[in-house]
Design a protein around this ligand. Structure first.
Ligand code: AMP
Length: 416
């Protein structure tokens, strides 16, 4: 049984009590990265290039972030004892996933460690109930939603939202869902109970369907002294709840981009986040913007900056948590990032598979022959739906990059 969480406005912010200044953390200081996924691995690469040392804490030896870090501690990164121990040996602690327990971060904060994001921020961004409550309480535009913690509340929430004009409802588990997991669409009140059961009878946020014309994300880097830099606006396309493609720049008007950047900036300031805050948003037909969700870490859409911007999101995160200056991030050339999912390794969907040693692998040569493409693979074991890597295509124009990206994706997925 999950504990009922306090509303965001009542959640305690231990970082608020800390008065000690956050000095500039200079290389070769050591940065602890909690979590072992690809975001951690790209953070470790950026940190290494900037002269820092890294200590990755993750559960498995094979985790990608461990392979790219100077040190790899194989332990539970959410264990307060483990994190209190490593806090003595590092100058700053960061996370690469919402799954890290805030209590582990709080334990490190309580002995004076610098932790970014703070346990307070981590508490909010990993629970959709607190996240939506935070957004609504701070006047950051969100669609209609209800918090649901029982079958009766679920029934009532669905009836109310549908009566208020929602065409459909999306029920999402408050915690643990990502990439479209832990979600169910509901079209009539009679489907409410089945969805409640199917999602495991756990706390939910149920949302009215937003009839968006497009999706976008804005990433803000914020330093301990409140200085910030907003990265260029990204345009996102999701398929089956998973990010498929990101384009930079996004195809939105200047006023929509300004509104989105302002929303992201205000969210980062209200949270007093240190490091990156990624804000996913919906763009409505009239140009208005609604926040979908937030992440206090690098974001999949931001990978496009690796090859096409003056700073990558990973460099900006390291700079922010170390209190370095945060320059404006400029687009160097238009670019498109396309995710590479584990489905491509299955024979059915990728007839172009070639045999490499013992393993079958997509035929990357068909993609890389085009000089516009770079391939980033994370070194994970393929599974359908799993993010295995991404492609970045650049072009003189965004249209050129899109044509190359879609042709490459087509070659990987279409029978020859
Ligand atoms: P999420 O897990 O909240 O990031 O949702 C994944 C994707 O599902 C989003 O990027 C949208 O494409 C879609 N989605 C989520 N919430 C809604 C909503 N309220 N209305 C319409 N589509 C949604």
């Amino acid at each position: 049984m999950k504990q009922r969480a306090a509303p965001a406005s009542q959640a305690r912010d231990p970082a608020m009590k800390k008065t000690a200044p956050w000095p500039m953390i200079r290389p070769p200081a050591t940065i602890a990265i909690l979590g072992g996924g690809q975001l951690g691995s790209m953070l470790a690469q950026a940190a290494g290039q900037m002269g820092y040392r890294t200590l990755c804490v993750s559960a498995n030896e094979a985790d990608p972030a461990g392979r790219w870090s100077d040190h790899h501690l194989i332990a539970d990164p959410g264990d307060a004892n483990v994190i209190s121990r490593i806090a003595q040996d590092v100058q700053v602690i960061t996370v690469e996933t919402e799954s890290i327990e805030p209590s582990a971060l709080a334990a490190a904060e309580s002995i004076g460690a610098r932790v970014a994001p703070s346990s307070h921020v981590q508490t909010i961004v990993r629970d959709r109930r607190l996240e939506k409550g935070f957004l609504a309480a701070n006047d950051l535009a969100v669609g209609a939603f209800r918090v649901v913690e029982s079958a009766a509340q679920m029934q009532q929430a669905c009836e109310e939202l549908l009566a208020d004009g929602a065409t459909e409802i999306l029920a999402k588990t408050a915690r643990g869902g990502y990439d479209g997991k832990g979600q169910r669409w509901i079209r009539t009140p009679s489907q409410a109970d089945a969805a409640w059961q199917a999602l495991g009878q756990v706390p939910l946020v149920v949302e009215a369907k937003v009839d968006f014309v497009s999706e976008m994300s804005v990433i803000v880097a914020r330093s301990p002294d409140g200085g910030r830099s907003v990265l260029p606006v990204f345009g996102n396309e999701h398929r089956h709840g998973i990010l498929f493609q990101t384009r930079m720049p996004a195809a939105v008007s200047e006023s929509t981009a300004r509104a989105a950047m302002d929303l992201a900036r205000r969210a980062a300031d209200h949270l007093k986040v240190v490091g990156l805050l990624a804000v996913e948003m919906f763009v409505l037909a009239d140009g208005r913007v609604l926040v979908n969700e937030m992440a206090a870490r690098p974001h999949n859409s931001g990978h496009v900056t690796l090859r096409a911007a003056s700073r990558s999101q990973f460099e900006m995160h390291i700079a922010a948590i170390c209190g370095l200056p945060l320059p404006e991030v400029e687009i160097l050339r238009p670019a498109v990032m396309t995710n590479v999912l584990g489905d491509l390794w299955s024979v059915e969907s990728a007839p172009a598979l070639t045999k490499v040693g013992e393993h079958r692998s997509p035929d990357w040569a068909t993609v890389l022959a085009d000089g516009r493409a770079t391939l980033h693979l994370y070194g994970k074991t393929p599974r359908p739906g799993r993010k295995m890597g991404h492609l970045i295509h650049t072009g003189h124009t965004i249209e050129e990059a899109l044509v190359s990206a879609n042709a490459a994706f087509g070659r990987l997925t279409t029978p020859s």
